[in-house]
Write a protein that binds this ligand. Structure first.
Ligand code: 4AD
Ligand code: MG
Length: 483
């Protein structure tokens, strides 16, 4: 006999089941009892809302009632009845309860009280059972779905680019090596260096930092593609916005120039955020309140002026501000924090790399809306970005979001072979290894462009979670790979 004959609480709350006999399964959040009756708040993951189970001690045995404790998993059969109490319109009057899994109240770490996010990170195997993390992961799912829906509806094709690669041409950060060599006793070349010819791939290999280069190959055939996969960066940055393993969405389009690229990125971001606003109302309402409480504990000058929902609507309803790097440098140079030496890195001249303090100043203080910064000096950007006519800047774009900083990085690509190889030479990128990439510029090259969206930064923005470790199920960061 099939076991899974349950109704999800989400469905139960969406239509009228009063009078029907149903089965529910889920985890106990709380129980309160008096002499005559026990009330159990049940959560089954389908929604943030709990459902009230009414257990009458004349029907449900005492031994079972005792085992209904916070965290236990139970199966309830009973009739849906109109609720007498406030807070819910219906409830289930249990005719039978089965304990599927006990949770010893002396040992179960999650109690019905507020736990700190830091503590919950230490028990990441259980934290999804809290309201906050349940909401975050339902929103994360919805955003991932919206990403696929957006591109599918536009006729883009989803390409799975490799996770193990032999090139680090991107230069996006330190890579993690992939090897099967014996680390204690690796085969050596005559000069003492490691002989990777004896390794699994007969060459050095690493985990990918980006699917872009392979994405470009696909765009030269399918025209409009995107990737959505894990990427890995061994940079030792212990910040609230960096992970060693994160997910990135990278569309790549033939026949797009820099402006087409900006238009797509803006439309895409607004679409996925609007999609979450429409489809995650209960979870976002909860996260909005959570974020507001967190704001209260911050110093007045660090609080954001808008609440979470207001921020989301603001981004979906306003055009992003577009300006060049050169214009941004002028604004920053003349800004108060620069003049008063409040920036940690003072902006003195054109060419300076922008730090997150500068990005956040532009977005949060100066424009107070998302910003698309374009046309950066070539020296501070990747080799594949298209050189502008001035010979100094490239057709790059970074999109900066309030509270997050850089959320998207992208560019029009250099499709002119000579320019590309000249740039590679300047940056000491070996061309032999990149023969396949250069072939796209040899055969049927066309203007094309693309960008990368850090998925966790998007989830952070939409959920209002301050730390990127709280929007991925099992974060990988320096010194931490538990679970
Ligand atoms: O700006 P990045 O390094 O760009 C690329 O990798 C390009 N290949 C993208 C492309 O044009 N196809 O990274 C893109 C985005 C950043 O804007 C940021 O949102 C996110 O990826 N990101 C990270 N997210 C979490 N942890 C990290 N360590 C991240 N590094 C980058
Ligand atoms: Mg970047």
């Amino acid at each position: 006999m099939a076991f899974n004959k349950r109704i999800k609480i989400k469905s139960l709350l969406e239509s009228d089941f009063v009078g029907q006999e149903v089965t529910l399964m889920g985890w106990v959040r709380t129980k309160r009892s008096n002499k005559n009756v026990s009330f159990v708040a049940l959560n089954d993951g389908s929604t943030i809302n709990n459902y009230q189970v009414v257990a009458d001690p004349t029907i449900i045995e005492e031994d079972i009632l005792k085992r209904i404790t916070t965290g236990a998993c139970i199966k309830i059969t009973g009739q849906i009845v109109a609720s007498q109490g406030a807070g819910q319109s219906s409830e289930i009057s249990a005719s039978a309860i089965e304990i599927l899994g006990d949770a010893d109240p002396e040992k179960y770490p999650l109690q019905p009280k507020k736990h700190s996010l830091e503590f919950l990170r230490e028990i990441a195997h259980l934290r999804m059972r809290t309201n906050t993390f349940g909401a975050v992961f339902r929103v994360r799912h919805t955003l991932a779905y919206a990403v696929h829906k957006y591109f599918n509806d536009k006729g883009f094709f989803y390409i799975h680019t490799p996770i193990i690669t032999a090139s680090d041409a991107e230069g996006a950060g330190e890579t993690f090596k992939v090897t099967t060599l014996d680390l204690k006793n690796p085969p050596l070349n005559e000069d003492g260096s490691i002989n990777y010819k004896k390794d699994f791939f007969e060459r050095e290999a690493n985990l990918t930092v980006s699917g872009q280069l392979e994405g470009e190959l696909a765009a030269m055939a399918l025209a409009e593609i995107y990737t959505f996969g894990p990427t890995f960066r061994a940079e030792n940055s212990n910040t609230t916005r960096h992970l060693a393993e994160f997910w990135m969405i990278e569309p790549e389009m033939a026949f797009y120039d820099a402006e087409d690229n900006q238009d797509l990125a803006e439309d895409f971001l607004q679409y996925v955020i609007r999609y979450a606003l429409e489809h995650c109302q209960d979870d976002l309402a909860f996260l909005d309140k959570r974020a507001a409480e967190e704001e209260q504990s911050k110093k007045a000058d660090q609080r954001s002026e808008l609440g979470l929902m207001e921020r989301l609507r603001f981004v979906t309803e306003n055009k992003f501000e577009r300006l060049t790097y050169t214009e941004a440098i002028d604004i920053l140079r003349n800004s108060n924090p620069n003049k008063k030496k409040k920036f940690q890195y003072l902006i003195e001249e054109w060419g300076a790399d922008l730090q997150s303090e500068h990005e956040r100043f532009l977005v949060e203080k100066h424009f107070k809306k998302p910003v698309i910064l374009t046309d950066y000096p070539k020296e501070i950007k990747s080799f594949y970005m298209r050189l502008n006519e001035d010979g100094k800047t490239v057709a790059a774009m970074d999109i900066l979001f309030p509270g997050i900083g850089e959320i998207v990085g992208g560019s029009q690509r250099e499709e002119r072979l000579e320019n590309l190889t000249a740039r590679m030479e300047e940056m000491h990128i070996p061309q032999e290894e990149m023969w396949w990439y250069l072939d796209t510029r040899r055969f049927g090259a066309t203007p094309h462009a693309g960008f990368g969206l850090g998925f966790e930064r998007l989830v952070q923005f939409v959920t209002g979670m301050g730390n990127i470790r709280d929007v991925i199920a099992f974060p990988r960061t320096p010194g931490s790979a538990e679970f």
